[in-house]
Design a protein around this ligand. Sequence first.
Ligand code: SF4
Ligand code: SF4
Length: 440
Amino acid sequence: MELKTFRGGLHPPDNKKWSDKKAIEVCPLAEGDELVIHLSQHIGAPAEACVKKGDLVKKGQVIGTPKGFVSVPIHASTSGEVIAVEPRIASAGTMLPAVVIKADGEDAWDEGLVGGDPDTMTPDEIKDKIKDAGIVGMGGATFPTHVKLSPPEDKKIEYLILNGVECEPYLTADDRLMLEDPESIVEGILILKKVLGVDKAIIGIEANKPDAIETMTNACAGKGVEVGALKVQYPQGAEKQLIFALTGREVPSGGLPMDCGVVVQNVGTAAAVNDAVRKGIPLIERIATVSGAAIAEPKNLKIKIGQPLSKLVEFCGGIKGDLGKVIQGGPMMGMAAVSLDVPATRGTSGVLLFAEDQVLKEPEGPCVRCGNCVRACPAFIMPTEIATMARNSMFDEAEKLNAMDCIECGCCTYICPARIPLIQSLRQAKGAILAKRRKV
Ligand code: SF4
Ligand code: SF4
């Protein structure tokens, strides 16, 4: 069978063998543990704290209310006492508003949480449930799901695509979820299909997960959901590339998936939607892979939002050897974490610990005009030219070279023999262009 794919990209070692056979384990939480729950864990306006120091909260209770349509509420991940409402350090080193809860060890649910029957609910009622549960994209992008499910009326949606690709090296959380809880994913897909009013749903899974392909194919039988096997090629899981591979449709430059009739959701998001709608369970936990050469025992964990990364590492046997770098997410698109004291968030798909000798220390050299970055770029732009413009603050020129089409996949930086951090310049250019557009 010929595997579907996109143009460009590359094939870094996937390093999934360290954790892909490890069943999901629950990362423990003890009485007295502190959870730091940031109020901004999603794309859009931060939530606003609605609890104060000294309040007693239950698991699943709202502790932050959304500010506007592109925003979601934040919930307590366990029961306990609010011991602070104040800025706390986040992964990138910035201080962000947070609610700090000291666990009482009971892990007692808020009894006001109720689910419903999606068969008897209207699409708008379902979307309200999804928003109230704080569901965001679980692949790491953390875009509010209810917003993605609300395209303008003139955008007819024909396809729902489920992202089970997990093309980032090391990460195996979605793979394990598909193997261990395929029913929740399929039930969530059926709910999403109803909201969008679409007939066609396809789950895209890379061919390096044959067990997940088989499991999901069996779970989808007779449910009107297809499974598409995809070539192992990074970034197969990027929205535009996934849409092209599965449907042959192209998202126009500067456009969104809905511009070609598609909505993409992660398989983890589908499972979270099922929990939210049927059981009223908000997004307070997620699956994350803890892996890398500097972790004693790589694992897939069910973690509570707000647990410090150090707890996850401790449960995986601690640090092995000299720790060089910590990444939240995958090695290609994830962000370096300033310390293991920062908390896990709704976007924490992985925590990777790299050894000292794996961290690149050689200085950047001059561009040798090899063209590798251009050939690898799945967005068909010229990374080296745009990076040069960005470094010289020529952001109008960078915009003319379609810098905004960069999906920040990191292929150009990975493949560059001169070790030029091209993606940093691309991000800088995009930030400057967006700032200019907001002023106009
Ligand atoms: S320019 Fe952007 S889209 Fe192209 S390879 Fe680099 S990071 Fe990826
Ligand atoms: S990959 Fe690096 S060295 Fe080669 S053209 Fe691009 S920027 Fe220059």
